[in-house]
Design a protein around this ligand. Structure first.
Ligand code: SF4
Length: 605
């Protein structure tokens, strides 16, 4: 095989056994790798009904065939498992340098199964793969973990992936972190790793990823890099201001949620924008492996020195969503969240839920113990709460369960702003209704990144569409995004490469690397297979489509109070039946056998 090595490390944490297994071109041609390989392995090997925090759940950490090559943004890996937050499929994605190093070591993926009583870290150096005692690492933050492992092996170039204290304490929205500040954040994949007592995976490799036709591949890569560099967002806004270039754009368009989506614009948004960050705190950009965009930021504050981030989503989640506008506080909070190993979106979403429950007197002072009141805009308490959640101390133990369980506990489920128990990200869909349909139908719950309809509805990629159009054309664009994103994730590339590239470009890169002659339609069919396979996993795990493919009541019934989208709600009821139909699903949101057969999924029916 080219691109993929055809090698997977299987680690049984219960017995300590490690095996290296082979997988073949036949599987790659149906699933590409990474996210696609992950769902294929889970459907093949695991009952989707298992308890997420149990030895029976498996954790697949998987790079794509382009990861570690010179393709633009070829830095990504996915973590695929059953989520302890949602109870459904989790596929969380991260960049940095770790995944390229895994490929350099000669492996595509790691399957972690079972669970241990004692903490270990996995050490991989080319053909040498070993579980090592992580007792001294248990309880350490991410930067301490990385330094300890590098010191221990006397090698500053080792790349480290792992969980922080939040993952160890089974916080339901703990992230898997790598390279310090990069996060496979969503849906609690870090809690699954923590449950298995796998603290970290340290990798060092010396191989070069093989592509089918190196000369042709280089020509294709050069062409695609130029396309990204010449794009106004991929080569302009993102490198200059980072992802937080979106703060002002999204706020001006009336989609920047404020105080747990009670409003859709924030008066002080500029003060937390990418432009403000450049003026006050930016030291430099820090691109992931092989990335010509370099959206990632290094900032400096007198209190904590240099740190990475925050991204747009984290600025909003730890800022506007809680009514907080001080950028320094947000940068510090983001730094803490990375060190403890949190998904910042769910962290901010859970805290904002607590703030609204407190505002509405559903959480009372006596419920808080010795915790300070969680009031919107109370900058002083943010850092305190983050630490307490990571340690599951006092009231923090309840918050560590996530926003849905918190709201349910206090009889305020309608104030949880999430889908399928996953907290929503930084776009009010009442201002972009196709994006709302994306939230409602995403396989991992309230997620923006796997169906980024903000691109056509607000930014004009690949073409500008009216954000309030709910025609079949809009729904078909959403379906295209869902399939294309599955292909991009499975290849090992970053979604931001779509600011310059589109479906044909990914076909060119994959064909040149893998030596295939697939058409764009062939690749999109693989994307459709992956999307349906994830849906099938959820259905087998107990998904009730007509109840759960939905949005919080506020977004369906409460009109936006002010701003450009004043009076709008999401007309989900008008879109969802057509979405099912356009996908070839039943009226009840299930997948008919004929559809599974058409996609080559009948073995999992
Ligand atoms: S665009 Fe940003 S997140 Fe994506 S690979 Fe490049 S630096 Fe990393």
């Amino acid at each position: 095989m080219f691109g993929n090595w055809g090698k997977i490390i299987r680690v049984d944490m219960s017995s300590g056994n490690i095996k290296v297994e082979e997988w073949g071109e036949d599987v790659a041609r149906k699933w590409i790798g990474s996210r696609g390989l992950g769902i294929y392995l889970l459907l093949k090997e695991m009952d989707p009904g298992v308890e997420p925090l149990s030895a029976e759940n498996k954790l697949v950490i998987s790079a794509g065939p382009l990861t570690g090559t010179s393709a633009p943004t070829a830095s990504r890996y996915n973590v695929i498992t059953k989520s302890p937050l949602t109870g459904y499929i989790a596929f969380s994605n991260s960049g940095g340098y770790w995944a390229a190093e895994l490929k350099r070591a000669g492996y595509d993926a790691i399957i972690v199964e079972g669970a241990s009583d004692k903490p270990y870290y996995l050490f991989i150096h080319d053909d040498h793969v070993e579980l090592k005692d992580a007792t001294p690492l248990w309880g350490l933050k991410m930067s301490e973990t990385e330094s300890w492992i590098r010191r221990q092996h006397n090698d500053p170039h080792i790349k480290v992936l792992g969980v922080g204290p939040a993952g160890e304490k089974l916080v339901r929205f703990a992230a898997v972190m790598n390279d310090g500040h990069r996060a496979a954040g969503r849906a609690g994949v870090g809690a699954v790793m923590g449950f298995k007592k796998l603290k970290a995976i340290a990798v060092r490799g010396s191989k070069t990823v093989r592509v089918a036709d190196p000369e042709k591949f280089m020509l294709v890569v050069r062409e695609k890099v130029n396309k990204i560099r010449n794009d106004p967002v991929g080569g302009g806004g993102l490198p200059k201001f980072g992802t937080s270039v979106l703060v002002n754009i999204i706020n001006e368009n009336g989609l920047y949620p404020y105080k747990n989506f009670q409003e859709s614009q924030f008066q002080y948004a500029y003060e937390q924008s990418g432009e403000a960050m450049v003026k006050k705190y930016l030291v430099k950009n820090k691109p992931c492996y092989a990335c010509p965009i370099g959206c990632a930021r290094v900032n400096k504050l007198p209190t904590i020195g240099e740190t990475e981030g925050p991204e747009y989503e984290s600025i909003w989640a730890l800022g506007s969503n809680m009514g907080i506008n001080d950028l320094a506080t947000i940068i510090e909070a983001n730094h803490m969240a990375d060190e403890y190993g949190f998904d910042t979106i769910s962290l901010g979403g859970t805290l904002a839920t607590a703030m609204e429950l407190y505002e509405r007197k559903l959480i009372k002072d006596e419920d808080l113990g010795d915790f300070p009141p969680p009031r919107f805009g109370n900058t002083e308490v943010l850092h305190y709460y983050i630490e307490k959640i990571a340690k599951r101390e006092g009231f923090g133990n309840l918050l560590a369960e996530g926003g849905y369980r918190l709201a349910k506990h206090f009889n305020g489920e309608q104030y949880f702003m999430g889908v399928k128990k996953l907290e929503l990200p930084a776009y009010d869909p009442r201002g972009a209704e196709g994006h709302g349909l994306g939230y409602a139908t995403n396989n991992r719950g309230g997620c923006h990144i796997k169906n980024y309809m903000i691109s056509p509805e607000i930014l004009g990629y690949p073409k500008k569409m009216d954000p309030h159009d709910i025609s079949d054309e809009k729904i078909n664009m959403l379906i295209l995004f869902q399939h294309l994103t599955a292909v991009i994730d499975s290849s090992g590339l970053c979604l931001f490469s779509t600011f310059g590239l589109w479906a044909d470009d990914y076909r060119d890169l994959l064909n040149a690397a893998l030596g295939w002659d697939y058409t764009t339609e062939d690749y999109l069919k693989i994307g459709e297979r992956i999307w349906n396979a994830e849906r099938l996993f959820n259905l087998k795990a107990g998904l009730k489509p007509l109840e759960e493919d939905t949005l919080p009541k506020r977004l369906l019934e409460e009109p936006v109070p002010s701003g450009p989208n004043k009076g709008r709600v999401v007309r989900l009821k008008e879109m969802l039946p057509r979405y099912y139909k356009l996908r070839g699903w039943g009226e009840d949101g299930t997948i008919p056998y004929e559809k599974l057969k058409e996609l080559g999924l009948e073995e999992f029916a």
